[in-house]
Design a binder for this molecule. Structure first.
Ligand code: C2E
Ligand code: MG
Ligand code: MG
Ligand code: MG
Length: 288
């Protein structure tokens, strides 16, 4: 009986596995065609300066409009893009598209606004990356000072000479470097001293707990202090409530991003924001 159960479980397990593998294969083959079919889209989420409530920039976030499955978030396909190497052509498109959009918004009369693009480890360790970056800046007419690349700590984990060279080359172009999901990686903080980093983004896992969880509050405060003493800009991501915003404001956090202000949306959503909307459309209580 036990054996039978074991076998049943095994059969069930392999069926599941096969279904999973088939699903993966299906996704993988449609990913190959997604770029040429124009199924990728960039969503944008505003970043606000806490002191003024002004929108100071946007983060570009990749979406895949799958013909059958509908809109798919990056968590479900970025790992696959990385494994297959498709991250290179797709990443190049993302960089290009984000720059193009930023230049469009700039030309439509908006003041300085930074565009942030997420770059995975595989992308930025690629030897061709700097060339692609330069090319995207030149061809789109993007001011390098308006571009920010968000790298995760894991991307910087290898404090190798190549990492150092890649970061120096990015900084030499005048492009800003931000550390994304700060506090969740395993990297030694030594890189903050050695690499030309301009800002830290505190992971939303901490921000979510700052009101009720003393540990999250303590970690966030420590990161704020660290950023201040290293003269780095600090962005809190995943701000969802006015209480969180008020705390961050009282602690002197420079910039915020999150559902409290706006969820990521297609470019057209922000096209229609008039110039006065560049101020936070729903001013938090502390701005009164
Ligand atoms: P990330 O760069 O840390 O982006 C922040 C994520 O938090 C986004 O998820 C955003 O939609 C979400 N978010 C923003 N505000 C809030 C909030 O108030 N509450 C909650 N619960 N979530 C919020 P998304 O768009 O699913 O992206 C997930 C991750 O995928 C990104 O994390 C980034 O690491 C990666 N990613 C996105 N686009 C790209 C891309 O073009 N290239 C690469 N290499 N990675 C990308
Ligand atoms: Mg990011
Ligand atoms: Mg993040
Ligand atoms: Mg994240």
């Amino acid at each position: 009986r036990a054996r039978e159960e074991g076998r049943n479980w095994y059969q069930y397990y392999t069926q599941e596995m096969n279904a999973h593998a088939r699903e993966r294969l299906r996704l993988e083959s449609s990913l190959h065609r997604a770029l040429e079919r124009g199924e990728f889209e960039l969503y944008y989420q505003p970043k606000l300066e806490v002191a003024s409530g002004r929108v100071v920039g946007f983060e570009a976030l990749l979406r895949w409009n799958h013909p059958q499955c509908g809109r798919i978030g990056p968590g479900d396909f970025i790992p696959l893009l990385e494994e297959t190497g498709l991250i290179h052509p797709v990443g190049r498109w993302v960089l290009w598209e984000a720059c193009r959009q930023a230049v469009l918004w700039r030309r439509s009369g908006r003041e300085a606004l930074r565009m942030a693009v997420n770059i995975s480890a595989r992308q930025f360790m690629d030897r061709e990356f700097i060339g692609l970056l330069e090319h995207a800046l030149m061809e789109t007419g993007m001011d390098p000072a308006d571009l920010e690349l968000e790298l995760t700590e894991s991307a910087l984990m290898k404090a190798s000479p190549e990492t150092s060279r890649a970061l120096e080359a990015i900084a030499a172009l005048g492009v800003r470097i931000a550390i994304d999901d700060f506090g969740t990686g395993y990297a030694s903080m030594e890189y903050l001293k050695r690499f030309p980093v301009r800002s830290l983004k505190i992971d939303r896992g901490f921000i979510g707990g700052i009101v009720d969880n003393p540990s999250d509050a303590a970690i966030t405060l420590a990161i704020l202090t660290l950023a201040r003493s290293l003269e780095l800009d600090l962005v809190a991501e995943g701000v969802e409530s006015p209480e969180q915003l008020e705390l961050l404001h009282s602690w002197g956090c420079g910039e915020v991003q999150g559902f409290l202000f706006a969820a990521p949306g297609p470019a057209v959503d922000f096209d229609s924001w008039s110039v006065k909307d560049w101020l936070c459309p729903t001013p938090p209580t502390l701005l009164h």
